[in-house]
Design a protein around this ligand. Structure first.
Ligand SMILES: Cc1cc2nc3c(=O)[nH]c(=O)nc-3n(C[C@H](O)[C@H](O)[C@H](O)COP(=O)(O)O)c2cc1C
Length: 170
């Protein structure tokens, strides 16, 4: 059993939902998972109290959510000392289910810096009545919930399996 911190950056709540699904799947596999917004975790959570960390962030204009970036930057040293996985959420279509979407450049750099074990891109969600000019304009064509809980659970299962290998006694 591993103690896992699942933390995320989310503006409109859909990445928070994915993080909760990751936490649920890890718990079903017998791990202890705390799911915490990265905004709160950055100053308030001791990463050294966890065996592993999953960091998720929504994509906006090709950039990982600032709360996820800040968490990764501020905790870089502790993160490098334990297994870390990253995920991104964004595509407002089926593309994330149809193929593996590689991390955007900034996330790929962060993966290298943290020696992250893996990354997944999951479909996102945008409400038809999303506030904000850019969001409203995007929503005209792309509104909908493109998150796939099975995809998220399958990825979380791969994280879980890797943790079992690292901690066979748990
Ligand atoms: C203004 C705007 C820009 C976006 N840019 C991207 C993008 O570059 N790449 C992407 O995959 N998704 C993009 N999206 C989709 C969001 O990532 C998606 O809605 C995501 O689920 C939002 O997560 P959140 O609800 O946790 O904030 C964008 C959405 C908006 C409103």
């Amino acid at each position: 059993m591993a103690r896992v911190l699942v933390t995320y950056g989310s503006t409109r709540g859909s990445t928070a939902g994915i993080a909760r699904w990751v936490g649920d799947a890890l718990r079903r596999d017998g791990h202890r998972a705390d799911v915490v917004p990265a905004r709160d975790a950055t100053g308030g959570v001791d990463v050294t109290g966890y065996d592993a960390v999953v960091i998720g962030g929504a994509l906006y204009a090709g950039i990982w959510h600032k709360d996820a970036r800040r968490f990764a930057r501020r905790n870089a040293r502790a993160l490098r000392e334990r297994p870390v996985w990253l995920f991104s959420s964004g595509p407002l279509d089926r593309s994330a289910e149809e193929k593996d979407i590689p991390p955007v450049r900034g996330v790929a750099k962060r993966m290298a810096r943290l020696c992250a074990r893996g990354h997944a891109t999951f479909g996102g969600r945008l409400a038809a009545d999303a506030p904000g000019m850019m969001a409203a304009s995007l929503a005209k064509k792309m509104a909908g919930d493109h998150r796939d809980r099975d995809h998220v659970a399958a990825w979380a299962a791969s994280v879980s399996a890797a943790l079992r290998v690292e901690q066979p006694s748990g």
